[in-house]
Design a protein around this ligand. Structure first.
Ligand code: URA
Length: 209
């Protein structure tokens, strides 16, 4: 079963409180999402394998750790996931970036893939899919399906705020995927927004409302 990690670090929680507030403007919102994503990436990469190398300090020879050559891919779900990308790349600059675009079919209300562009060596990479809000879980499940269909085996999902409904749906559909969350909120409302949440993450990141 995939593990659900709630990253309750004080710095993450403090910054999250600011982005939840309705009067926080676009510039500050974007900067804080970027910072939270960096802090979350620190935790989400805690299990990266290390190799031992021989080095020489000014004092003596010694053995020291380096990140093993594990290949990583970051996949933001368009468009709100883009807000978390740079913050993660600050810590993992060598990661390749894929993109997945999904829209909700107005009849079935199911997510439909309209754009996928991934690194060519999908099967050899470990992936972190990012989207700020895990609401019903539909987009996350579809994005994970999309990566698995193309050969990905080791996938993590990272979001800022999740609804219990979304966490349950993703863990049920993809029990092998570890989920990293900054806050687990109360519920979804009748319009599919997370309560209390922060509103529409895409609109708040890009100033479209
Ligand atoms: N997507 C958002 O941007 N906000 C929500 O509350 C739910 C889904």
């Amino acid at each position: 079963m995939g593990k659900v990690h709630i990253l309750d670090h004080p710095l993450i929680q403090h910054k999250l409180t600011h982005i939840r507030q309705k009067d926080t403007g676009t510039k500050e919102f974007r900067e804080l999402v970027d910072e939270i994503a960096t802090l979350m990436a620190f935790e989400a990469t805690r299990d990266l394998p290390l190799d031992e190398v021989e080095i020489e300090t000014p004092i003596s020879k010694t053995k020291a750790k380096v990140i093993s050559g594990k290949k990583l891919g970051i996949v933001p779900i368009l468009r709100a996931g883009m807000g978390m990308l740079d913050g993660i790349l600050k810590l993992i600059p060598a990661a390749k970036v894929g993109h997945i675009g999904l829209y909700r079919d107005p009849k079935t209300l199911k997510p439909v893939e309209y754009y996928v562009k991934l690194p060519t060596d999908v099967a050899e990479r470990d992936f972190i899919i990012v989207d700020p809000m895990l609401a019903t879980g539909g987009s996350a499940i579809e994005a994970i399906n999309s990566l698995k269909k193309r050969g990905a085996k080791n996938i993590k999902f990272m979001c800022l705020i999740a609804a219990p409904e979304g966490v349950e749906a993703v863990t049920k559909a993809h029990p092998d995927v570890n989920i990293y969350i900054a806050a687990l909120d109360e519920r979804l409302n009748e319009k599919g927004y997370i309560v209390p949440g922060l509103g529409d993450a895409g609109d708040r990141l890009f100033g479209t409302k």
